[in-house]
Ligand binder design. Sequence first.
Ligand code: NAD
Length: 415
Amino acid sequence: MGTALRAWTARVCRLSGCARQAARLGARLLRYDGAVKLSVPRETAPGERRTPLSPDSIPRLKSLGLEVCVEAGAGIEAGFSDESLAAAGAEVAPDRSGCLAGAGLVCKVQPPSAEEAAALPEGSALISFLPTSTSAEVVTELLRRRVTAFSFELVPRISRAQAMDALSSQASIGGYKAVLVGAARLAKILPLQMTAAGTVAPARVLVMGAGVAGLQAIATARRLGAVVEATDVRSAAKEEVQSLGATFVELDLEVQEGEGGYAREQSEEFLQRQRELIAQRVEQSDLVVTTAAVPGRKAPILITKELVERMRVGAVIVDLAADTGGNCELTRPGEEVQVGGVVILGWRNLPATVPTTASQMLARNVAAIAGHLIKEGELVLDFDDEITAGSCALHDGQIRNQLMREAAQLGPGPG
Ligand code: NAD
């Protein structure tokens, strides 16, 4: 172990003993060789082409007093060469261990695997997607290494945190791409065409779930010339849908409104009635994009097998909720399914298929989070702050989020 790393380890160990009290006081943690080192290793999850760093974000990170280090090749699939990242001010480490050595803050897109978690420096901080359902094995390893983990999923959806909201930035790209893959799979065009040979009617698109992804899907389908309808259980969605030139399908349902702008999990009885009321619209649609989700819960089933069988031959369903079980009963995550001439696309992680834009946006989200956490070049944990407290999933060997604690089944703790 190098002298600098030994000194840093000793400092972290010293600090970790009083970390809880220090954090409560908003005290300073994790400093290495004069500056906190922010490290970005290469993503290893299959199909993940994004990176949480872009040439544009590096000057901003450095202006916070951070040293920025990236593993060679980490940005290549997003269109950011090592040279472009180095030119923007990042150090390029030849391998993962060089990249992570001495890191105070590690930024990733996907949650770490157990192996990646074991490679994180003890006492370091992590910013990544980290669903509350992250496996107990990974959570245990992060706790063992006393990693302070910030989860993109847990960043509060408040105005002050909008620039940090990676769920929104990525959902928006997913909604856009869902319409493109659906349109490409359809056997007809989306816009109205008036030709010498006659008029071609526009395609009918139905968007189920008009949150961030759904609204972007509506806007994209409208730009492509489709006739668009949308539905949601939140009454607030109506105005947003209409402002994009789509028709809001109102259903005669008594909705239980959720908290913080989110939908609440509805009863099976409610969903049954919702499916009956929306069935006719689904049957008439050429392309259905489903995005309905309830935070921390399995996605609601909005399209049953029976309803798929009643759809038009050649119709396409793009199920953006595939990762959380799917809104269509027949969706198989990561696969294309064909049932009686209806195509169901359960593609996972669509934002990763637009890696340059998705990474640029993610990099801005990371820079905004870092800007919030880093004060005068040091990581400052102020748990009286709603954003810091809300987005921090793990700290000081403890799980801070109740849903994550339940999923990991690791027993009681604070938070
Ligand atoms: P989400 O991904 O959790 O859900 C997607 C959509 O599915 C939501 O609109 C939800 O109402 C809908 N849905 C859930 N159950 C449904 C059902 N049975 N049938 C039909 N639709 C159903 O949500 P999201 O896109 O992340 O955003 C949800 C809300 O949060 C929106 O109001 C959005 O404007 C708000 N938001 C606020 C901020 C902020 O203030 N910073 C940032 C992002 C989003």
